[in-house]
Ligand binder design. Sequence first.
Ligand code: GLY
Ligand code: MN
Ligand code: MN
Length: 441
Amino acid sequence: MKLTQADFQARRDLLAEQMGPHSIAIIETSPVAMRNRDADYKYRTDSSFFYLTGFAEPEAVAVIETGDSVDEYTYSLFCRERDREMEIWNGYRAGVDGAVDDFDADEAYAIDLLDEEIIEKLLDKQKLFYRIGHRAEFDARVAKWIVQANGESRKGTTAPAQLIQLDRIVDEMRLHKDAEEIQLMQIASDISAEAHTRAMQTVKPGMMEYALEAELNYIFGKNGCVPSYNSIVGGGENGCILHYVENNKALKDGDLVLIDAACEYEFYASDITRTFPINGKFSPEQKALYQVVLDAQMAAIDAVRIGNSYKEPHHVAVRILVQGLLDLGIMQGDLEQIIDSESFRQFYMHGTGHWLGMDVHDVGAYKVDGEWRTYQAGMVVTVEPGLYIAPDDESVDPKWRGIGIRIEDDVVATVDGPLVLTKNVVKTIEEIEALMSASHS
Ligand code: GLY
Ligand code: MN
Ligand code: MN
């Protein structure tokens, strides 16, 4: 499944409407990033640029201009020209003809003409919508264009008097996913769930963390996907390192492994964490802590309901985690006091989720007018509570130390309640042990 040009056009229509008359929007895509010397990273288009254009080539700028009315706006695409020599080396390009024929641009120009053509487009517009602050180099270029356009004033023209943060509008559009976007995220989630299932089926004591990562990458790659962020595969105490990406240690018999890894499909991300025993059987301590995290996660998922505060799943999760830590004797004291003072942060130091969409930590304001916003249909959030007992935490009985657990699913707020996109990978103790015992016997 893929979005069509009609989908991208509908988004541009909505943007033009919000810009109002006599306005111009300039949206640039990401630059190519170099890895080392002349080897580059595989190119990934800018999410908001792609959201509005469906165009995934580098070196491209989209311009939307409204006139007296917003209905008849002009969409221009500046892109790389076709070039036989370059195409032999680096691949085919849409070129200016393709921009018009295949990407529905009203006007298309070679990217090299941007500095020249943009001045004319800026003249007599009242507002300039631009994504301020993403890249200093492009910011400077836009500033130069404004000065240049102002310099034309003797001809009786004017440059835009208002510069408006375009992100505010596009981020809000991206926060609310439509049915097709949810479908793409469902596909990404299904592939990621398959990858986690394979990891549970193939893990063995003695295996290297990177070898287990390779099992995940096999499923992503086989389905034409790439990871939506650097995979975390942390055995034992490495599961307590929140952003562990080295993945270069051996997985030990008796330890848990925490995998936070997922792929993106057609530029829509998923984000899954599972934690499971390397030898297929939870120890009593692992089981006890895991069940607390799972209870917290299930209750937090149930709190992703239309009208609830964005923070509600976090509050729900924290209360269950703290009660669990008290019951297991890992923390002592009063539940309310621990929650109010946030002393639980010794064991749970991150939030319970984030918006998810084209970017893994997706765009969209979390607060509106100073208040946490409430869930609306089509918002997608991760629910990812965890508990991490540091290996050197002497305040805790040694039997708990070095255990790190997180469980993460992707949840859509819908009129029928929370929809879990990532439900295809098991997470209860019984299900995990059954799956692993079936594949390891
Ligand atoms: N994988 C990044 C996160 O869970 O936020
Ligand atoms: Mn996440
Ligand atoms: Mn994650």
